[in-house]
Design a binder for this molecule. Structure first.
Ligand code: NZQ
Ligand code: ZN
Length: 385
């Protein structure tokens, strides 16, 4: 196992009714901005519950943060905060609202144009407003990590950044708040969490027994609870297990001291920037093909995955690896997430466009061994057609 340092200061309050805890988790003197998305939190009563819990605080609202949050929209929140002298940000929503809130938190006092935060991946952040979150969509793990992804529409660029100052102070996880999710978003969340685990697990052996078993536990839980959540949307225990699995997939422990890949995510972000696909749709398309392209360097872990996650023991090594990758694709499809570019009406012209974007963003040495160059990315995207 490689040396590592693990730091995660986010306080998780998990369970039905946890929104009531806002009253004591948000400092009494705070001037609060609630940030939310396109209206689901308003329609299903979550926003009203949040405001009731914050009864005596000074509270203002900023709505309209879109899926794959944009710099253009977020800068409006930055202006509002500067003008109204607000000093505590409360994100109510899914990964997009939470990521957008992280950007806003870092942008308010950032010297110069805050797009620089994306250009430098957050390295030069020195201050950020405090953040709390109320999670409504289990998927990204953003509620308990310090990363975020923001899109600049005018540049068709979707880039990630992170900084330890951006860990939420607290995150409230009430599984009941996920009951209103449409099937597409439930499925997206399962796929996203699944691929977060495999990006940190399907690499090379690192003699990290705990991280391996932890990853396998999360994958098995997602394989079990994903279909259950679609079939029984108001089953509390199913939703609770799904929510907790998604949070743990990307809060640090699975990836501590082990190689990490993330090439599927980087290629996927370009597909979202170019074609507007949901984040998880891009992962479902790219990941099986990335695993096939990289099956030799990932061989030992793919065999372990085949046996421990999919229960495959018969056949040759190559057959088990291919079946494990096919099972992964079939799992995504069974949730209703299509795994071919053609399923989304995207044709062969995508190959050149994605490769050009990767090059423009300097994404030319991806993967746990930095061996995924542009030629390899091209082969992977070609296989996605
Ligand atoms: O906007 P509203 O009206 O609220 O509707 C949202 C949105 O349309 C809806 N929704 C959320 N909670 C709901 C609900 N509808 C009904 N009931 C509820 N309880 O769901 C739609 C999608 O929301 P979004 O926040 O976009 O989804 P998700 O959580 O999947 O976030 C995706 C974003 O996170 C980034 C992705 O790139 C993408 O931009 N990621 C962030 C990561 C991180 N910070 O660590 C890692 C991930 O790999 C990912 O890249
Ligand atoms: Zn993801």
């Amino acid at each position: 196992m490689h040396d590592f340092e693990l730091y995660n200061p986010t306080r998780i309050v998990f369970g039905q009714g946890s929104i009531a805890r806002l009253a004591d988790l948000v400092p009494a003197e705070a001037r609060v901005l609630i940030l939310y998305g396109g209206g689901s939190a308003e329609r299903n009563g979550t926003l009203a519950e949040v405001e009731a819990a914050l009864g005596r605080h000074h509270v203002q609202r900023f709505g309209g943060i879109e899926p794959n949050p944009t710099y253009e929209t977020l800068m409006q929140a930055v202006e509002l905060i500067r003008h109204e002298k607000l000093d505590f940000l409360l994100a109510v929503g899914g990964g997009s609202v939470i990521d957008g809130t992280k950007f806003v938190a870092a942008a308010v006092d950032y010297p110069g144009d805050p797009w620089h935060i994306l250009e430098t991946r957050g390295k030069e952040i020195t201050r950020a407003l405090p953040i709390g979150t109320v999670l409504t969509l289990p998927a990204t793990g953003s509620e308990a990590n310090c990363a975020a992804v923001v899109t600049r529409k005018s540049l068709q660029a979707k880039l990630g950044f992170g900084h330890p100052l951006l860990y939420p102070r607290f995150s409230l996880l009430d599984p009941v708040k996920t009951y209103t999710l449409p099937p597409r978003q439930i499925a997206n969340g399962v796929v996203d969490a699944f691929v977060h685990v495999t990006e940190q697990y399907l690499t090379q052996p690192a003699q990290a027994a705990v991280q391996d078993r932890y990853a396998e536990a999360l994958l098995l839980t997602l394989i079990e609870t994903g279909p259950q959540a679609l079939a029984r949307p108001e089953d509390y225990d199913v939703r609770a297990n799904l929510m907790w699995a998604a949070t743990q997939a990307l809060h640090g422990v699975v990836g501590a001291g082990v190689p990490q890949d993330w090439a599927t995510h980087v290629i996927g972000h370009e597909l979202t920037a170019l074609y507007g696909l949901d984040h998880a749709q891009t992962l479902a398309i790219v990941h099986p093909n990335l695993l096939l392209e990289r099956r030799d360097v990932k061989r030992a872990k793919l065999l372990q995955y085949a046996e421990r996650v999919w229960g495959l023991r018969a056949g040759s090594d190559d057959e088990r690896i291919e079946l494990a990758i096919a099972s992964t694709r079939a799992f995504f499809e069974s949730l209703g997430v299509k795994t071919r570019l053609a399923d989304y009406g995207i044709g062969a012209e995508a190959v050149e466009r994605v490769v050009a974007q990767l090059e423009a963003h300097g994404m030319v040495r991806l993967g746990e061994d930095r061996a995924v160059d542009l030629a390899m990315s091209r082969r992977i995207v070609e296989a996605c057609l």
